[in-house]
Write a protein of this length. Structure first.
Length: 140
């Protein structure tokens, strides 16, 4: 059985472990993760809880602009432990996140993923997202 809920500062240690698997060892510190969970009002984080602990997470950033009447959001991270994949957890995380963002007035979502991430793209399309021809430009 999987339960999806909002993350809290108490989840920071397990989220650090999952983030290390997702983004590389020491991608972020325990203290920074805990602080972000407790103070970052622009980010929403939900977690998938199984009997043996957290098995995945989803993060979204809420943005507002004077150009648009309602805030929009970007789902920035979605991760499920390898051994828990293909069990519907990613879909449950997305559905929960969409519901939580709607409660906060968000009516439009973006997701950015790699072109070669076929499993993620399939999940997103099957969840109602549409691939667009936009081009992402980066600068450090």
């Amino acid at each position: 059985m999987v339960h999806i809920r909002l993350a809290s500062g108490a989840d920071a240690r397990e989220l650090q472990r999952l983030n290390d698997l997702f983004n590389g060892i020491n991608a972020n510190t325990f203290a920074t993760i805990r602080e972000s969970l407790e103070t970052n009002v622009k980010e929403v984080v939900c977690v998938a809880v199984c009997k043996d602990g957290l098995s995945g997470f989803c993060c979204a950033q809420i943005n507002a602009s004077m150009c648009y009447p309602a805030p929009y959001a970007e789902i920035t991270e979605l991760f499920v432990l390898k051994e828990r994949r293909r069990q519907g957890i990613g879909r449950l995380l997305l559905k929960y996140m969409e519901s939580e963002l709607a409660k906060r007035g968000v009516s439009h979502l973006h997701i950015l993923t790699r072109k070669d991430n076929f499993a993620a793209r399939s999940l997103y399309r099957s969840s109602g997202f549409v691939e667009t021809p936009e081009m992402l430009l980066d600068k450090d």
